[in-house]
Design a binder for this molecule. Structure first.
Ligand code: PLP
Length: 395
C-alpha cells in the first residue's frame, strides 16, 4: 500500500495496531521456544500465552479457561458448529445472512437456514417456529448460530433475544455467535453472558492474520476439530502461534479501551461519506438506513454500504482500484464473483439493485482525508461508468 492508497475495506482486514506489532516482535527471535516444552525457555513462552488469555478473558467477561486460541475466525466458526453437532448430535441452524464460514458449514451438515428481514437480521419468529417443528418431531437441535454484526451491511443482531428464543424452544441447543465483526463496535462483555460459543478473528481488530479465538463457556461442551498434541486443554491441538496470540490480546485490549472514542469519530466520517455520495450522485441508496433511523435498525459505525443504480460493482471496483481506492462489493472472500451477494439476496434486495452494491468500511486508521478522496474517486468513477452506458434505441 502506498501513501496515496485510500483504504475503505476495514471489514475485510484492518491494519495492525502499532502496539500489537511491538508486543509480538520478541516472540519471533527472542522467545521462540515451543510453549508446550518443559524447559524454562518454553515456560516463558507459555507464560506469555497465559497472560494473553487472561487479557482476552477480561475483555470478553469470561473465565480464562473458557478462551481457546485457534488459527482464524473460520476455524472458530467451523469448530463451534461441527463440534456441537459431533458432541450433541442433531440439527445445526443458522441465519441466511451469515458469513460462509458458518453458512457453508451448516449446509454441509444438512442443517436449516432461517430467513432474515430486510435489514439482514434473523427472523426470530421463523426461528421459534422451526425449533418448535423440530421439537414436535422429536428431533434434537445441536446448535443455533447467529452473527453479532453482519460483515457486509453492518447490521447488529439482537443476540440476547435470539438466545432467549433458543433457550425457550430448544433448551438442549448451544447458542453460537460469529462475533468476528463485533470487537470494534460492541462491548463483548454484554454479549458473552447470552451465548455458549463465540468466534473472533484478530485481523479484524488490529491484530495479525492467522489468530482466531473461540470462547467455549461453561467447560468443554463440543468436540475438537483439530486433534493431536492436546494443546489448549485438548480443545485445539497444534503448536501455539505465540507471537500472534500475544499481539491479538494486545489489539483486543486496545480496541476495547478505544471503542467509546472511536465510534462517534467514525459515525461522523461514515455519515459524511454516505451523505455526500447520496447528494452528489443520482440513484444511490444507503442499504441500511442510518443508525437510529426511522426503522430503529442498529448498524455499526464503520459500515457504509450503498447500492448504486446503473453501474455494476465489478466495473466500479476496477476503476476504484486504478484510482488507488480499496473497497469491495460483498465480503472479501466473495469478491471477484459476478453473483450478487447472498446477504443482499436474503434481505430481498432486487438482483439488479444488488449488482450495484458497494461495501465501504471504516476503521481505526480511517481519516477525514480518506473520506474526501473516497468521495471524489467514487463520484468520478460512477459518472464515468454511467457516461459509457449504452443508450437504448427504439426502432
Ligand atoms: N465471520 C465473519 C463475520 C467475517 O467477516 C469473517 C471474515 O471476513 C470470518 C467469519 C472469517 O474470519 P477469518 O478471515 O479469520 O477466517
Amino acid at each position: 500500500m502506498s501513501d496515496s492508497t485510500v483504504y475503505l475495506d476495514h471489514a475485510a482486514s484492518t491494519p495492525m495496531l502499532p502496539g500489537a506489532i511491538e508486543a509480538m516482535t520478541p516472540y519471533f527471535s527472542e522467545v521462540y521456544a515451543n510453549p508446550s516444552g518443559s524447559h524454562r525457555f518454553a515456560r516463558q513462552a507459555r507464560r506469555a500465552i497465559d497472560e494473553a488469555r487472561d487479557d482476552v478473558a477480561e475483555v470478553l467477561g469470561v473465565r480464562p479457561n473458557e478462551v481457546v486460541f485457534t488459527s482464524c475466525g473460520t476455524e472458530s466458526d467451523n469448530t463451534a458448529i461441527l463440534g456441537a453437532v459431533s458432541r450433541i448430535g442433531g440439527v445445526a441452524v443458522c441465519a441466511a445472512a451469515e458469513h460462509h464460514a458458518v453458512l457453508h458449514v451448516v449446509e454441509a451438515v444438512g442443517g436449516d437456514i432461517v430467513p432474515v428481514d430486510g435489514f439482514a437480521r434473523i427472523d426470530v419468529d421463523a426461528l421459534a417456529d422451526l425449533l418448535d417443528e423440530h421439537s414436535a418431531a422429536g428431533r434434537n437441535v445441536a446448535v443455533v448460530s447467529v452473527m453479532a454484526v453482519n460483515n457486509e451491511v453492518g447490521t447488529v443482531n439482537d443476540v440476547a433475544a435470539v438466545a432467549a428464543v433458543v433457550r425457550r424452544h430448544a433448551p438442549g441447543a448451544l447458542v453460537h455467535t460469529d462475533a468476528v465483526q463485533a470487537p470494534s463496535w460492541l462491548d463483548l462483555r454484554a454479549l458473552t453472558p447470552h451465548v455458549d460459543l463465540l468466534a473472533l478473528s484478530a485481523h479484524k481488530f488490529g491484530g495479525p492474520k492467522g489468530v482466531g479465538i473461540l470462547v467455549e463457556r461453561g467447560g468443554p461442551r463440543i468436540d475438537p476439530l483439530i486433534i493431536g498434541g492436546g494443546q489448549e486443554r485438548e480443545r485445539r491441538s497444534g503448536t501455539h502461534n505465540v507471537a500472534g496470540i500475544v499481539a491479538a490480546a494486545t489489539a483486543l485490549r486496545s480496541t476495547d479501551s478505544e471503542r467509546a472514542t472511536e465510534i462517534p469519530r467514525l459515525i461522523q466520517l461514515r455519515d459524511r461519506l454516505v451523505g455526500e455520495l447520496v447528494e452528489q450522485l443520482d440513484d444511490v441508496t444507503e442499504t441500511i438506513p442510518r443508525a437510529g433511523g426511522e426503522f430503529g435498525v442498529e448498524k455499526v459505525a464503520g459500515s457504509a454500504h450503498v447500492c448504486i443504480g446503473g453501474i455494476e460493482s465489478e466495473a466500479l471496483l476496477f476503476l476504484l482500484d486504478e484510482a488507488d481506492v480499496c473497497a469491495s462489493a460483498a465480503s472479501a472472500c466473495a469478491s471477484g464473483a459476478m453473483e450478487p451477494s447472498h446477504v443482499l439476496a436474503a434481505m430481498g434486495v432486487d438482483r439488479e439493485v444488488a449488482l450495484g452494491a458497494l461495501r465501504l468500511s471504516l476503521g481505526h486508521a480511517s481519516t477525514e482525508a480518506d473520506v474526501d478522496r473516497g468521495i471524489e474517486a467514487i463520484t468520478s468513477a460512477v459518472t464515468r461508468l454511467r457516461s459509457h452506458r449504452p443508450t437504448r434505441t427504439t426502432s
